[in-house]
Design a protein around this ligand. Structure first.
Ligand code: S3P
Length: 164
């Protein structure tokens, strides 16, 4: 029952690719943030505000530990691959794809986002530093790196579809 996990920085296209891949492969799709929002009955900014980022990170790990045993596609949150335990769970229970996008593309997608606390509280320079510092963990967590620059959604979906 191998799951397909999509990892990568905020705005790299995990949700968009996940939805299209779900249609292409005829597998259920789950967005981890949306599932957490549903479980907790609060938005991501509210969870950060009320419980703090550390608790949010625990909730993410609880989600990975307990999520249903089903072949499906999961778009993870951008911070999930930072924790070793999360990386282990993902690699043990599925195939992990890193959607590698340039910071330029990412920033143009996320800069005005109200629903991402990390974007809200950071400058462009801080986000770029975070992007650079996280790339190693994304690569370590993934079985397969997917370069998204100059590729269409369709090409990316077909590429991933071919590997599973
Ligand atoms: C986060 C990414 C977000 C969400 C939260 C924290 C991060 O998910 O989990 O705002 O630390 O990079 P997306 O990557 O889906 O935006």
């Amino acid at each position: 029952m191998r799951k397909i996990y999509l990892v990568g920085f905020m705005g790299c296209g995990k949700s968009m690719i996940g939805r299209r891949l779900s249609y292409y492969l005829k597998l259920p799709y789950y967005d981890m943030d949306s599932e957490i929002v549903r479980q907790q009955g609060m938005s991501i900014p509210e969870i950060f505000e009320k419980y703090g980022e550390e608790r949010f990170r625990e909730i993410e790990t609880e989600f990975l530990r307990t999520f249903r045993d089903e072949r499906c596609i999961i778009a993870t949150g951008g911070g999930v691959a930072m924790k070793e335990e999360n990386r282990k769970i993902m690699r043990r229970t599925g195939l992990v794809f890193f959607l590698d996008a340039t910071f330029h593309d990412i920033y143009s997608r996320i800069r005005h986002d109200q629903n991402r606390p990390i974007v809200q509280r950071s400058t462009r320079e801080e986000l770029e530093a975070l992007y650079n510092s996280r790339r190693k963990s994304y690569k370590e967590s993934a079985h397969i790196n997917v370069l998204t620059e100059k590729r269409t959604v369709r090409q990316i979906v077909e590429y991933i579809g071919f590997q599973v």
